[in-house]
Design a protein around this ligand. Structure first.
Ligand SMILES: Cc1cc2nc3c(=O)[nH]c(=O)nc-3n(C[C@H](O)[C@H](O)[C@H](O)COP(=O)(O)O)c2cc1C
Length: 185
């Protein structure tokens, strides 16, 4: 790796004490020698409205698009709501996805991590995110698919503390770095 990578972290939760945010922040710290991670504020985004989307998009939208554009890659961590991705996350991806097929997401490497207190670890969100990012022409890391079940038992003091989960997710971060290098060539 020739230089420090710039990543954008997106948590699919607005909740104080979010397990998704804890996982994201833990990963950012674990990979800090290779990458610096900025964090998106998707709670500042309005509901998607095509009437607002254009030359004068809302400030929070402009900021998100700039952050994605400036990043070498994304790390998205999310739980699952009613067998799907949380609406706030879908809203953020929809804003980021315009203009269609020429948005900052085009060719952007994305690591997808899901977690949930359920045994299934948000696996349905994992699949939905892959489908949605395919539509934006982003480049989700194909493997490994990081799914962390029973996440509430693996968090302490706002950090992921389960060593096996951390190691697995860091392996996936290395796959993200490899994808970034590949697409730079
Ligand atoms: C409206 C709602 C629906 C939920 N549906 C699911 C679900 O379908 N599958 C699941 O694994 N967890 C489900 N959960 C539990 C969430 O995964 C859990 O609250 C998780 O901790 C939320 O993510 P966060 O900690 O990052 O805020 C649901 C929670 C809420 C509030």
């Amino acid at each position: 790796m020739s230089s420090t990578l710039r990543l954008l972290g997106i948590s699919g939760s607005l909740r104080r004490g979010s397990f998704s945010t804890a996982v994201l922040e833990t990963l950012a710290a674990e990979i800090a020698t290779t990458a610096t991670t900025e964090f998106a504020d998707i709670g500042a985004l309005p509901h998607y409205d095509q009437d607002l989307d254009g030359a004068a998009s809302p400030d929070a939208v402009v900021t998100l698009r700039r952050q994605i554009d400036a990043a070498d890659g994304l790390i998205v961590v999310s739980s699952e709501f009613n067998h799907g991705m949380p609406g706030v996350l879908k809203n953020a991806i929809d804003w980021a996805s315009r203009p269609a097929f020429a948005s900052p997401l085009k060719n952007k490497p994305v690591l997808i991590v899901t977690s949930s207190p359920a045994f299934t670890g948000g696996v349905r969100t994992q699949q939905q995110l892959r489908e949605t990012f395919a539509s934006t022409l982003a480049r989700p890391v194909l493997t490994p698919e990081v799914v962390i079940g029973q996440v509430h038992t693996k968090i302490a003091d706002g950090r992921l503390v389960d060593r096996a989960s951390i190691d697995f997710a860091v392996t996936a971060c290395r796959a993200l770095f490899a994808e970034i290098e590949l697409l730079r060539r």
